[in-house]
Write a new protein. Structure first.
Length: 309
């Protein structure tokens, strides 16, 4: 399995795999040593059996779609049901399971491409996806996700890295979290949105003032600005030596505290901060959503900005 290592003048290093276009490792110099920022398997072959979407591009559409029901231009499509009665992260063989081809590769950037056939997991197509990773001298990682399709289809991929700014040591409970979100989308027991937008005030999801994550189980979509000019989330290491700022032009942010991580990891060893459209947005007319077609290519941007010391 091919690996692509990116480096920056600041000494940061990012390793990308062709399988799932996955982020395997992201290390930075800190003091007299290096610190790992994300969870990853040492042996790339382990990604072939991974069920946690570890570091991968997920999609075509990130998160859940109720009963796999999709309607486009009056035509109904049935998406694969890979999480009980619902569709999750593009199905069992979504983008995270695909072999991606490298298009461009330099010391600081790599661009990969993947094409899904018409009918893959139930989605109309064929659709070509690409992801561009760019590592900058200011310790920022810019990610550009694009999609073009031969016919009208749904697109909304994202990245699924698990962050632990303590170098993968222990659970993320002592990490500090700030979320630039006034509202969230409540869900039922299957994590399908009810269609409401509720205020975070007086709820366990109120991270408008930076605080430790604690033992709370997080797997919720927060309503964020949807502009690159506003930071959606800030994660700070317990020793306060590292801060990770996340921004995106997606209007939602899924915050998942990794409670179902399994060996070789432990539950809650990493936290996901996933820019996205709201879960099940195609089935809620008031939820923001975008589609792609031959006339309207899809593009989304994510920035992870590191601050040290």
């Amino acid at each position: 399995m091919q690996q692509f290592m990116l480096t920056s003048p600041a000494g940061d290093s990012l390793t990308i795999l062709e399988h799932g276009a996955s982020m395997q490792s992201w290390t930075v110099p800190l003091g007299n040593s290096r610190r790992e920022l994300i969870l990853g398997y040492t042996n790339p072959q382990q990604y072939l059996q991974d069920n946690s979407y570890l570091g991968a591009v997920v999609g075509p559409y990130a998160n859940r779609i109720c009963h796999g029901r999709l309607q486009l231009a009056g035509q109904r499509y049935q998406l694969q049901l890979n999480e009980g009665k619902h569709h999750l992260h593009g199905g069992a063989n979504g983008l995270h399971r695909q072999h991606w081809q490298v298009l461009q590769y330099s010391t600081s950037s790599v661009k990969l491409r993947c094409t899904l056939a018409d009918g893959h997991s139930g989605y109309p197509g064929p659709t070509e996806f690409s992801v561009l990773y760019q590592l900058h001298a200011d310790s920022a990682l810019d990610v550009t996700l694009e999609a073009t399709s031969a016919q009208l289809t749904l697109a909304g991929p994202t990245l699924h890295p698990y962050f632990n700014l303590s170098g993968k040591a222990g659970p993320i409970n002592q990490h500090l979290l700030w979320l630039n979100a006034e509202h969230y989308t409540p869900t039922d027991s299957a994590k399908i949105p009810t269609g409401q937008l509720l205020p975070v005030e007086d709820s366990a999801l109120d991270f408008r003032h930076c605080k430790s994550i604690g033992a709370i189980a997080l797997d919720h979509n927060l309503v964020v600005s949807g502009t690159m000019q506003q930071t959606a989330a800030i994660l700070t290491s317990p020793d306060q030596q590292l801060r990770l700022l996340v921004s995106s032009d997606y209007p939602g942010l899924q915050v998942y505290s990794g409670d179902y991580l399994a060996a070789p990891f432990i539950p809650r060893q990493g936290i996901c901060l996933e820019p996205q459209f709201y879960p099940d947005a195609p089935n809620h007319s008031h939820f923001p959503c975008r589609y792609t077609s031959p006339e309207q290519p899809f593009v989304a941007h994510i920035r992870y900005q590191l601050e040290k010391g």
